[in-house]
Design a protein around this ligand. Structure first.
Ligand code: HEC
Length: 430
């Protein structure tokens, strides 16, 4: 199965009429955290210390953290909350004023959760503690600090009924219950290996761990409900879309698994990153798009309907590349190897690379409004059959060393010729 999955990444067909695969580009470092507001705005946090809110593919930057932004949570009542490697949780206001420091911990912020009622925020940190902050009281209360985990707190979440849950590198998931002396915790899962992420509803709790364990349990009794552990580790990210019963799970090997929570089955499974881990996931408000972030500086937006369905039996019968047989070899080459980053249509696109519309006869690095690497923008190259052939015969890393294009060689001369013919004759829409 691994072999089947690993060949899927570049095979996203661009289906006419369907939503395209798109990318959000602008961050200067890996993407560590994502969320989508109730209005549908994507919010991202990056290694580049910034928070971005995205409108029509353009970033609006929120500067305030002094280190990587590792946690983002949005809520209808509070707006955007972000936490970072600078140990702080910032609350961003709509009026453009500098953010308010909501919480300060003694370690990296791993997660922020807003209670369904909206008046309570829980912040989790690698310092081993959770802080509870109340909003809306006449006199501002001191935050309440919850201790109980024996190591880094890695995630925190409120169930819709308001119950608080947390996970830790100590290998446990805890439920926080009100007793005579305030909130105290009880272990509901003991995995043995560090737990990185939880998602909780009133009837189930899913968790993902360092050893690859991906399990669903009852949130109060801890009883087993389902186990989706594959041979991939660690589990690093989770997102839930209750209305469409989808649970998305990202791992350290770059795969994204989608679980149907109505039937407790794996619905889809595919490679979401060219390289490295899936650190962050967030669904669009309608659940039709899953946004994924990782080591690349771009956020990938995958239309769920385009993703390959899961075939537990493996085998080659289910092809991710629909209608591949009906395509010419040149088109297949382009769809598999280029289309994820390049459009062939005029005008700006949200893909990682510049449009290749009209590339023949064009000087390198001259598509307006595309942010080329310094190297390509000054390169004395005119793109034509010979130079594009050489680019993929030698590979971009050899042909223009230092460019932002990924390493890729097309070994067969006939594949390069077919690809170039396809690009030359691609339908012109201007
Ligand atoms: C993972 C993303 C990615 C893939 C896949 C990719 N490219 Fe690119 N490509 C880029 C980026 C990014 C640039 C801009 C490089 C820079 O600024 O250094 C680029 C630049 C180019 C350029 C130069 C364009 C110009 O305006 O100067 C050509 C030509 C090109 N790519 C062709 C291709 C072809 C053909 C394929 C498929 C065989 C392909 N690329 C696959 C990301 C990609």
């Amino acid at each position: 199965m691994r072999r089947l999955l690993s060949s899927l990444f570049l095979c996203v067909p661009l289906m006419a009429g369907a939503q395209d695969f798109t990318t959000f580009k602008g961050h200067g470092g890996p993407i560590m955290s994502l969320d989508v507001t109730q209005q549908g705005t994507l919010v991202s946090g990056s290694f580049d210390n910034t928070v971005a809110t995205w409108t029509d593919g353009t970033a609006h930057w929120l500067d305030g953290h002094d280190a990587a932004v590792t946690a983002i949570t949005t809520s209808p009542s509070l707006g955007i909350l972000s936490g970072g490697d600078d140990f702080r949780v910032l609350h961003w206001r709509d009026d453009g004023q500098p953010p308010i420091v909501l919480a300060t911990h003694q370690g990296k912020i791993s997660a922020i959760a807003v209670a369904p009622q909206g008046a309570l925020v829980a912040t989790a940190s690698w310092d081993g503690s959770i802080q509870l902050h109340s909003f809306g009281d006449a006199q501002a209360k001191e935050p309440q600090t919850l201790v109980g985990h024996r190591s880094n707190v890695t995630d925190v979440a409120f169930a819709p009924n308001g119950t608080l849950f947390s996970a830790s590198s100590d290998g446990t998931v805890r439920i926080w219950e009100q007793g005579a002396d305030g909130l105290s915790s009880r272990v509901i899962a003991n995995q043995g290996f560090g737990i990185n992420r939880i998602v909780v509803t009133d009837t189930w709790l899913a968790y993902g761990a360092l050893d690859g364990a991906t399990r669903v349990i009852h949130p109060v009794t801890g009883e087993d409900i389902a186990d989706f552990t594959l041979d991939r580790r660690p589990i690093l990210s989770m997102a839930h879309h209750p209305q469409t019963a989808q649970l998305a799970i990202g791992d350290g090997e770059g795969y994204l698994m989608m679980i149907d929570t109505a039937r407790w089955q794996i619905a889809r499974d595919f490679r979401a990153m060219r390289q490295g881990p899936v650190w962050a996931l967030a669904f669009s408000t309608d659940g039709a798009i899953i946004h994924a972030g990782g080591i690349d500086d771009v956020i990938y937006a995958w239309p769920v309907a385009l993703l390959n369905t899961y075939d537990p039996a493996g085998g080659d019968t289910r092809s991710f590349l629909r209608d591949a047989e009906t395509m010419s070899n040149g088109e297949r080459q382009f769809m598999r190897k280029c289309s994820i980053c390049h459009s062939l249509e005029p005008g700006p696109s949200r893909r990682a690379g510049p449009t290749l519309h009209g590339v023949f006869g064009r000087k390198a690095g001259t598509v307006p409004d595309y942010r080329y690497s310094a190297l390509l923008s000054g390169a004395p190259i005119i793109w034509d059959e010979d130079t594009i052939d050489a680019l993929f015969k030698q590979g971009p890393d050899n042909y223009i060393p230092g460019s932002k294009m990924p390493m890729q060689v097309i070994a067969k001369a006939s594949d390069r010729r077919d690809l170039i013919n396809f690009m030359r004759n691609a339908p012109k829409k201007d």
